[in-house]
Ligand binder design. Structure first.
Ligand SMILES: Nc1nc2c(c(=O)[nH]1)N[C@H]1C(S)=C(S)[C@@H](COP(=O)(O)O)O[C@H]1N2
Ligand SMILES: [Mo]
Length: 572
């Protein structure tokens, strides 16, 4: 009979085999069909909003890794329990694996755009995982294989021989084993258990109605442990290799092959002085690799520009379908636009400014000719994610783009390659569809985009905000003149004024750096004569319409945080 520790280990190894062997299969069927990713994707779509907020708050943009690691740990726990169950009744363990297979298959098949082949990784993985569990618990790799050990000790001639051979080694054999360096890989039996444990072991062993020959255990245990090592190693190789292969099937090569056309209308140059270039102050233009990333995709969608198509359809008189080349052939405009996430807390960094190259969405919509009443344009991504943008906003003349370029490069894959939406003045969740393949004209009454049923507002204009970047909270600037600086934004309206105050004193007007347009954030600075002691700095911005940020703190849900960014420093 297999011990509890071994049974739990067998369960975990079976799970590792299941997940590892599913990976190479997923190379053929697509990374989203791998069980962990498929189930993780469902979890992302299903977890209650507060939990997701918590995850973003705690793990920031590492929330996905946290989710996968958490899922893996949870799975390991379940697998150990399944191993224990299997030791009592194998069918129970196998049924547990089958249940996980059903979960994996269901998750993979319900992902947007899935086909029947997506069931394969879970099925193959579960099959091999089940086989592994059987082999360890009741099959040839069992630390106490049924075939051999269900015989009474001393029954067979070879067994008797072993018993005899070992009998002479005396009671100290175990200690010899443990002390002998040369025996590193050799069977190790633990010292005789204390009486209580022995009783427990005995109890575990009784249901079979037999007593194992103690001297046989090292033989079969060695086989068991070797099996554990070999199968774990093989599953790891299969898993990592499959993962690596899947990565090679990605679109980074296709991305590198893209040559962006020159813009018909280049972006206005960044005015001198727009970037104060202060340490710790966010640069006016955010480099691509530092640009925040927020999306629901557990694996970054790999969209081949050769097969990419954009359909503009729904309530339009002229449905349009465009290829990537069609898009690139159109006159491109280039614009600086600051993108912000609705989940950005006061003082947070889920915001960035980039130079985007793309085709005005307005021109495409004008050609498609929306019907009256089609007040919502639903951007739909390859991964099924959707956002709903007011048709009026997309047609009011602002630089809403179907973007292909970001800061002079094709869009990074994480940021939506080959094509995404960028709409000045709206939070990303209602406007910035990455990996976009459809623009569907509908109405707000008829369709709720991804985040709306999850408690977020259907309308998401960016709220006026300001942030202190320097000095940092809890820093210790020296007494004397201190440059207080940060960024402020009110995309498409523009920032009129930024004010700073110290310790609830009078508001002082900060100096605004120039900006390219009202669609980007602006840097501000204010010279503070800092006196020793603890001080609280606060900032607030007023937009071009004269509206000042409210002091009242409101949470990010349902339509963006409000409140004044406040930092406390100790002047030395
Ligand atoms: N396909 C897809 N596009 C998406 C999202 C998503 O989850 N899936 N998230 C949106 C949100 S909430 C934001 S804030 C922006 C962020 O864009 P970035 O990752 O390029 O900064 O993308 C938007 N586009
Ligand atoms: Mo967002």
């Amino acid at each position: 009979m297999i011990s509890r520790r071994h049974a739990a280990l067998a369960g975990v190894v079976a799970a590792v085999v299941a997940l590892g062997t599913a990976e190479p299969v997923a190379v053929l069927t697509g990374p989203r069909s791998a069980p962990l990713i498929a189930v993780g994707g469902v979890v992302v779509d299903l977890v209650p909003e507060p939990l997701k907020q918590f995850a973003i708050a705690v793990f920031g943009t590492y929330d996905k890794i946290a989710l996968l690691v958490g899922t893996a740990l949870l799975l390991a726990g379940f697998a150990a329990l399944l191993g224990l169950a299997a030791a009592r009744r194998l069918v129970v363990g196998l049924a547990g694996i089958a249940a996980f297979a059903v979960l994996g298959v269901a998750a993979a098949l319900t992902r947007p755009g899935a086909d029947a082949f997506d069931a394969l990784p879970s099925l193959v993985g579960a099959g091999l995982g089940g086989l592994t569990l059987w082999a360890f618990v009741a099959g040839p790799l069992s630390p106490d294989p049924a075939g051999a050990d269900r015989k009474r000790p001393g029954q067979g001639p070879d067994r008797a021989g072993v018993d005899r051979a070992r009998a002479g080694q005396g009671p100290d054999r175990h200690e010899v084993d443990l002390a002998d360096g040369e025996q590193a890989g050799a069977p190790r039996s633990t010292p005789p258990p204390p009486p209580a444990a022995a009783a427990f072991a005995r109890e575990e062993e009784t249901p079979g109605g037999w007593e194992p020959a103690r001297h046989d255990v090292p033989e079969s245990r060695r086989r068991f442990l070797r099996g554990v090592g070999l199968l774990t190693g093989a599953a790891a190789v299969a898993g990592l290799g499959g993962h690596w292969l899947a990565g090679r099937r990605g679109v980074s090569a296709a991305r590198e092959a893209v040559t962006l056309p020159a813009p018909a209308t280049p972006a206005p140059p960044v005015p001198t002085g727009a970037d104060l270039s202060l340490p710790r102050l966010a640069p006016y233009v955010t480099p691509n690799r530092e640009f925040y990333r927020i999306d629901t995709a557990l694996v970054v969608p790999q969209v081949d520009p050769v097969t990419w198509r954009l359909r503009i359809h729904g309530r339009v008189r002229n449905p349009i379908e465009l290829s990537f080349d069609d898009l690139l052939a159109r006159p491109m405009v280039e614009r600086y636009v600051t993108l912000a996430c609705v989940s950005n807390e006061v003082g947070g960094d889920l915001i960035g400014n980039a130079r985007w190259l793309g085709v005005p969405i307005k021109e495409l919509l004008d050609e498609a000719d929306p019907e009256e009443g089609a007040d919502q344009v639903v951007g739909r991504a390859v991964d099924g994610w959707t956002c709903g943008t007011p048709t009026s906003v997309l047609r009011d003349g602002r630089d809403a783009l179907l973007a292909v370029g970001m800061n002079g490069e094709p869009l990074p894959v994480q940021h939506g390659f080959p094509v995404r939406m960028v709409v000045p003045g709206l939070y990303g969740y209602v406007s910035a569809c990455k990996w976009v393949t459809e623009l569907e004209l509908t109405s707000f009454a008829d369709f709720d985009a991804y985040w709306v049923p999850r408690g977020w507002s259907a309308q998401g204009p960016v709220k006026t905000q300001s942030r202190i970047d320097t000095p940092r909270a809890r820093s210790r600037p020296a007494a004397g003149p201190v440059t207080v600086a940060g960024v402020a934004w009110a995309q498409h309206r523009g920032v009129r004024r930024v004010e700073v105050r110290v310790d609830d004193g009078p508001w002082r007007e900060a100096t605004l750096a120039p900006a390219v347009s009202t669609d980007t954030w602006v840097q501000w600075s204010w010279r503070w004569d800092a006196t020793p002691g603890e001080h609280t700095l606060q900032v607030r911005a007023t937009d071009a319409a004269g509206e000042t940020q409210p002091e009242r703190r409101s949470p990010v849900a349902p339509d963006g945080a409000t409140g004044w960014h406040t930092v406390t420093v100790t002047v030395a």
